[in-house]
Design a protein around this ligand. Sequence first.
Ligand code: 9MR
Length: 351
Amino acid sequence: MIPKRTALGAAALAALTALSVTVLPTGSATAGDTGLRAAARGTGTKIGTAVDMAALAADAPYAAAVAREFDTVTPENVMKWESVEPTQGTYNWGPADDLIRFARKNGQAVRGHTLVWHSQNPSWLTEANFTPAQLKALLRKHIFDEVGHFKGRIWAWDVANEVFNEDGTLRDTIWLRALGPSYIADAFRWAHQADPSAWLFLNDYNVDWISPKSDAYYNLIKSLRRQGVPVHGFGMQGHLGIQYGLPGDVLENVRRFDALGVKTAFTEVDIRMILPADSTKVQAQAEGFGLLLRACLLVRNCVSYTVWGFTDKYSWVPGVFPEEGSATPFDEQLQPKPAYDTLRETFLLAR
Ligand code: 9MR
C-alpha cells in the first residue's frame, strides 16, 4: 500500500481546503489513464463503486466503466444474507463469486457488504422460528461460513451495518432483541477469526457529520477497541440529498475517527436531488461529492471512497424516493456529470 498523507504537500493541502467547487466541462475525461482510477493513484485513497451484478452481466459499457474507473468494488446486494442463503443450509455464492472473479481480473479490491444487518435477511430467519440461543448459533455460522468462503479475497468487510438509531440508541433489531448489545463485538470477533487478513468495518448512513448517531459510533469504537475487539474501520455511507444541505463539519467528523486510530471510508456515496435536475442542482451535487472526498483526502487513514452505483441508469434512489434521482456521477447514458470532474480534479490535487 502507498503510504498516506505524508505525500500530501502543504500546497496541495491548501488547494484542497480552498477548493469548493471545480467547474470543468462535462465529459472532459472518461477513458484510460485520465479516469478516476488513474487520478486516485498515489493518493492512498482508493476509488470504488457498488456493482449491480445483473448490469455487470448484461451491459458491456457498464462493465467496461467499472473496470476503467474504479479500484474497488462492493456487491450492491449479492453478499447479503438473503442472497447467499435464501433457503436455510443452501448457499448461493455464484453471483458474489462472479464479482470476485471480475475484480481479480481487473486488479480490484473487494469490499464485502454486509454480514449483520436488520434488513435483507432471509425470510426463514425469524424470531418465531428460533430461540435466542439458536439465533446466536445461526449468526455465528453465517459469519464463519461467509467470511470463510471468501477468505483472503475480501479487502474490507462491512461487518455490522446500521446498528444505531438517529438519537444514538441501539436500533431495535432481531439481533439486539435476541442477543443483546454484545452481538456487535461477537460479530467482529467471529469475522476476524474467519479471515484475519480482512479489515473489519462498522458502517452506517447519516453519520457523515457530528450528531448523536456519529457520537454513538465514536463511543462504541473507542470502547470496543479498549476491549481488544478487532474493529478496524468506520464506514460513512454518504447518502445525501442536496435539498437537505451538505455536511459542513464532515472533515471535523472524519478527523475524530482518524484520531481514534481506525481507518475511515466513505462507502456508499450518492447525492440525490428533487427532479428534474438542472445545472444549479447538478453543480451543488458536484460540490457535495467533492466535499466528502476532500475530507477523506485530508485525513491520514481514509482508505477508500465508494459511490453507491456510478450511473443513474441503475441507481436505487428513484425506486425508494419518488420524485428524486440523478444521484450518481454518471447520467443514464453513462456520460459523466460535473460530479465526476470534481472527483477527478480533487484526486489530482492530492497526488
Ligand atoms: O442499493 C441497494 C438496493 O438495491 C436494495 O434494494 C436495498 C435493500 O435494502 O439496499 C440497497 O443498498 C443499501 C445498502 O445495502 C446499505 N445502505 C443503504 C443502501 C441503500 O438503501
